[in-house]
Design a binder for this molecule. Sequence first.
Ligand SMILES: C[S@@+](CC[C@H](N)C(=O)[O-])C[C@H]1O[C@@H](n2cnc3c(N)ncnc32)[C@H](O)[C@@H]1O
Length: 325
Amino acid sequence: MEYKMKVDEPSLSMDNYELILQPCLELVCGMLNINLDTHTDCPIDLADFGACEGHTFLPFLKLVIEHIRRSSKSREIVVTLNDQHTNDFNALSRNIKAFQGEMNDPLLRICIIPGNLYRQCLPNSSIDLGICSFVTHWLSGPINLEKHLLYIPGETEKEAEVKRTSAQDWMDFLIARSMEMREGSVFLVNAPFGGSEAWSIISDEFYQLHARNMISKEDMRNTNIPLNTFRTEAEFRAPFEDSTQELGLQLLHISRRPVKLYENRNIVSGIKPWMYYSLVTGLGKTRKAQEVQEICDIYFRNLEHHFSDWKSIDFIIFDVMFQKL
Ligand SMILES: C[S@@+](CC[C@H](N)C(=O)[O-])C[C@H]1O[C@@H](n2cnc3c(N)ncnc32)[C@H](O)[C@@H]1O
């Protein structure tokens, strides 16, 4: 199987847990309390979508389990971790084993369900608390952005197509979760917003490879990173305002906070793992693996130069919480 992140750097460090999920602990545990008193004879089911290797979710899960155990010592806790089929599930599995060893909780079960989160992945009515952090900015499929590697509002061709796909993806995500969530259950989505200055550098440097005849027009067309880090608050809200009844979901909370990603780290080592797979896939359509590797090496070396004096990348994080009616 081809894994998506074949690079030395781990894709995400524990720092991201502190930045991304820890600030939501109170919000999540507050909502979970309401559910802890119902169906006390059944297991409590938690799920994380797009878990990657679990580095962000597992430290958060530890605190959530400690919270549950303060009021319920004897309830079984079942945790399902999802990611797409290309994920390195061996790494996730190793991290789960270490986590279970650390927790030493005989009533804790953890399972993995690979699958595309824009479709239903878990059984009907099987989630009490769902989490999805830093995933929904990945679109369901690539869009040819011509001279751009990533979508930047106002600069990228095919803006309308990106917006349409992005809106449909958010709707598909909510429809799938609505099937999987139990009545009264809650779900938290964290999503990044911004990054246009960094995305411009990343795109321009790729275009420079073409200007220097290292890659062809066809390579440019074939290669893009299917991200939209510019979904607005209105776009997050829209499905709840237009189709709450149909979806069976109610928006409980939406807020935004600034974060500095990759602070005190080499920026290119931080961004390379999630960019790499898209580059290899795009360039690999017409080139042999070794050639692709050489182009990527040059490209990332050039990026190192551009980001050498950057201390971090500024983003906004949207925290979006909704409930199954
Ligand atoms: C930036 S990582 C975030 C990982 C983790 N949730 C966190 O907060 O650190 C994005 C993850 O989303 C996964 N992902 C992207 N699109 C997906 C899809 N359609 N279905 C399931 N997982 C997906 C990727 O494979 C990757 O592991």
